[in-house]
Design a protein around this ligand. Sequence first.
Ligand code: ZN
Length: 464
Amino acid sequence: MNFKSCARTALVVAAIVLAGAVGTARAAAAFTPGSPGLGDPYFPLAGNGGYDVSHYSLRLDYEPSSNHLAGTATISALATQDLSRFDLDLRGFDISRLLVNGVAASFTRDGQELVITPGAGISTGSPFTVVVDYAGTPSVITDPDQSIEGWVPTDDGAFVVGEPQGSPAWYPVNDNPRDKATFDFSVTVPAGLTAMANGVLVSSTTSGGKTTWVWRETDPMAPYLATVTNGRFDLTISTTSAGTPIYVAVDPQLPKGEVLSKLPAIVDFYSSIYGPYPFNAVGAIVDSAKVVGYSLETQTKPVFDRMPNEATLAHELSHMWFGDSVTLTTWPDIWLHEGFATWSEWIWSEYEGNKSAAQWFKQLYNTPPQDVRFWTPPPGDPGSPAFLFNGTIYYRGAMTLEALREKIADDGVFFRIMRDWATQQRYGNVTTAQFITLAEHESGLDLQHFFDVWLYQPDKPTSW
Ligand SMILES: [Zn+2]
């Protein structure tokens, strides 16, 4: 119950009483534009107000030789206010047709905002469908930290990644991690190329010199975790011990990656400590795209710009629990992804009988306090989107978890916290405050000072 739902009930009653000429005029006046952004502290225009997307159906045709992408996006959404107008996020492209509920709608472009005015207002609580036909050259986005993302052409296709703001470079989207949705992909590429995407492979059909790859992601996914990385790939399909399909795609230009044979064991290990694997598929997309300079935890199949080492493979697979299933609400909480994934590298290393998480902690803790670049900014407050993927978010973030493990001094309790976090918040959006509440509740300790020192103070922690 909240004030808004009370007000709406009253309005409905009024409309019934006034049914007739006056009632219609009153309802029409209440329709207002959805906001152009959701107010994220780092990316205020990412995402849009007034609706929730439930499903994206993306039908794409890509020609690598000309870097030309043609698409039809069919977006199913639910209005969360009486909408006179709403935005999607999309960068570039020519739009040849835009329909809302099957009827042509007018639209304008303003930076990343695609501003859509349907012929009639959409009432709160109503489902509606948007169809966008678009074509052109997809873009490469340069982030505040100077890394690149979006649609990055390779020698045989494209490396497609969206964290934190690359998705509008290739599809119209409500680009905010809070608006998770299911996805269907139908991606047509020249025959001989493979188009990978999230979820389960439904079909691949070749005709007229082109192959169409159809993938389906039936679990909720934050829009930035979508990929349709394509090119020349050797695709191998197998299953985990729990029966989840594994799709491993490797660029044949790369040397054979023995490390990928560890993938099922890593997934089994994390399933044993964090709870059941959260998605309907798993795997890896290993491309030759060193210009990108990083790998990303695209949902169900992390994408790598080169053959990963074992730690990087483990890191990205652990993100399926921490980042993809349990997702931040706003970007400054990125340590909830990167600190957890880095600590996951350490616990895999410990499990395999190599360096333990405690040894990793000790080694890094020896970094002198004068080394400001190692200790600052603190992981809970990067301070700017330019520091979103700073080393401190990863290393000091992971050290925070290992310090918590040592403070609790009972692995049974600590591992229960990690598992409960992954299972209780499955498919959700979370905040650091919620993690602190869970840790305090399960440990029985007052951890306010501990987390303040580790997550928010700029200096090297000395007592906690
Ligand atoms: Zn990561």
